[in-house]
Design a protein around this ligand. Structure first.
Ligand code: KG4
Ligand code: ZN
Length: 349
């Protein structure tokens, strides 16, 4: 197998991003450029991402961002082996902008197209960064997703657990709003929690110890709201208590998924737990997961924050993985608002 050079485009949420990556499976790959424009400022007044504002901002920026990514990589369209773009899941207006741009570039330069599943790109990032070998267990924790998956191969995933209500990042953001902190709330809560007592408030830990590996955060969020509404709040204590509850929920559910993974893949001696998504930047969560993996005989791999949050390098890398397997998409491929990773047949089968 030879190295492939792929341009990746990401527009599924509030980051407009383009990157050029070069490499081959199983990685690591070389990130030649990684340009990200965050729309956080545009959404801040609303306390969350507004789909119409996001789609318009993507349209305004995408051409310049792609240009910048190619220039920074010292590449022209002619140097590429493929063009990859997020085709879902995500906010449909934004996904359409990125996918349409990728189709136009692929057509103009006569390059093949890879329509990337955004969740799969998060799942494969540990191969881009450190050549993680299959199979591994993935904990994907972001503002939009909260899942535990067995990653068997490209296109082959087993869903062990998912949230039955909010994603964990969403819970961080909502709790931050209740305490009066700006969006995005995760980093703010983490900073505030550092100066508070985790036992300041007794908060529920939904689904703890239950069968399966699903998550639930709405009961926890409601408990925080009741405390905030009552007034006279110890904000640092509430942030610390909330974060401690999240840590307990994530470690309990991950530990349950580890048992499923062990029985599905008995030959994997020291498999990796890969943690991805914006919430993976949280140091308290990272340290609790380190303790868990050490106890359970797993390695732990947490990509650097810049590659844990939404970015286009992971999209380009997924393009490399599919390109090497000769799996390309027709230019007529449609964007998808919903596109679960597991539970649907793998592509190419
Ligand atoms: O992966 P990401 O950039 O975007 C998607 O949602 O796909 O994740 C953003 C989420 C936000 O909810 C943000 O509050 C959360 O990740 N986050 C954190 C931290 N940094 C970002 N949550 C907790 N602690 C952090 N340090
Ligand atoms: Zn994401």
């Amino acid at each position: 197998m030879r190295d492939l050079t792929v341009l990746g485009i990401e527009t599924s949420c509030d980051e407009t991003a383009a990157a050029v990556v070069r490499g081959r499976a199983p990685g690591p790959g070389q990130i030649l450029s990684n340009v990200i424009f965050s729309q956080i400022e545009a959404h801040k007044p609303y306390g969350g991402v507004v789909p119409e504002i996001a789609a318009r901002a993507h349209v305004e920026r995408i051409d310049a961002i792609v240009e910048e990514a190619l220039t920074a990589a010292g590449a022209t369209l002619g140097d590429l082996d493929a063009v990859a773009a997020t085709a879902g899941p995500g906010l449909i207006g934004g996904v359409m902008v990125g996918l349409t741009t990728a189709k136009a570039l692929a057509l103009a330069a006569s390059k093949p197209l890879v329509a990337v599943n955004h969740l799969e790109a998060h799942a494969l990032t540990a191969r881009l960064t450190e050549g993680a070998e299959f199979p591994y267990l993935l904990l994907l924790i972001s503002g939009g997703h909260c899942q535990l998956l067995g990653v068997e191969d490209v296109g082959r995933y087993r869903l062990y657990g998912t949230t039955i209500d909010d994603a964990v990042g969403e819970a961080f953001d909502k709790v931050a709003k209740l305490i009066g902190l700006p969006y995005p709330g995760g980093p703010q809560i983490e900073t505030l929690a550092a100066g508070g007592k985790a036992k300041a408030y007794a908060l529920p830990r939904p689904l703890l110890g239950r069968a399966g590996a699903d998550f639930s955060f709405s009961g926890l969020k409601t408990a925080v709201r009741l405390i905030a509404d009552a007034g006279n709040v110890d904000a640092a204590g509430l942030a610390a208590s909330f974060q401690a509850a999240v840590v307990d929920i994530l470690t309990d559910r991950t530990s349950a998924a580890m048992k499923r993974f062990r029985s599905d893949f008995p030959d994997a001696k020291t498999p990796a737990l890969v943690v991805a998504g914006g919430v993976a930047a949280n140091a308290a969560i990272g340290s609790a997961l380190r303790t868990l993996t050490a106890r359970e005989g797993f390695q732990i791999k947490i990509p650097p924050p810049r590659l844990c949050t939404d970015n286009a390098a992971m999209i380009a890398w997924t393009g490399v993985e599919y390109g090497q397997r000769g799996l390309f998409d027709a230019l007529g491929v449609s964007p998808k608002a919903r596109w679960p990773l597991a539970g649907t047949p793998a592509r190419g089968e």
